[in-house]
Design a protein around this ligand. Sequence first.
Ligand code: FES
Length: 212
Amino acid sequence: MSIPYTQKVLDHFMHPHNVGKLENADAQATEGSPACGDMVKVYLKVNPSGYRIEDIKFESYGCASNIATGSIITDLAKNKTLEEAKQINWKTANDELGGLPPVKVHCAVLAVDALRTAIENYEHQHGLLKEQVPTTEDLIMKRLSRVINPLAGLDVVRTKLVRECKINNGQAVVFVEMPEDHQFAVNIKNEIIERIEPLWDIDGVNVIFRGE
Ligand code: FES
């Protein structure tokens, strides 16, 4: 049975706007979906006077709905202030696209989450947080629960690839239960660093592989 997409979803899927990598991005974020194992990445260029999004791009490793949502939300976020862009949610995207099939709502949520996390990362890195809550090991594990383990299509915490982390004087150490020469080790390491490094009180991230 084929999924009933609106013409607008199909247009954005076949000719997505703002696709690609933004070199010298001021902030970026990768989000993985626990529902399907897909991923999306959002890059931001922000003008620090007025905190307006000057440029935005996305890369999607997801389905048609995810690509269409990435396309529409990056269109909507461009030239908006960070505060305005934070108001964009999956319902906004859904309405703009003329409605997504209900089984595909999580794909829109994934794209919006990536935009929100990229904004949040920017805020962490530029002292814009309203409340500077100290990073705890629990918070790190929570952030890591959005990093997908490509072996399982589920997150690295749920699949017990990451069971433990430590924080010491602004240095985070994350232990990964996988050999260092595993084909996914570099990917996983980069994603862990990308997730934790932007936190306002973290100065460095050390990823230690200790699996057989
Ligand atoms: Fe994974 Fe749509 S099914 S992003």
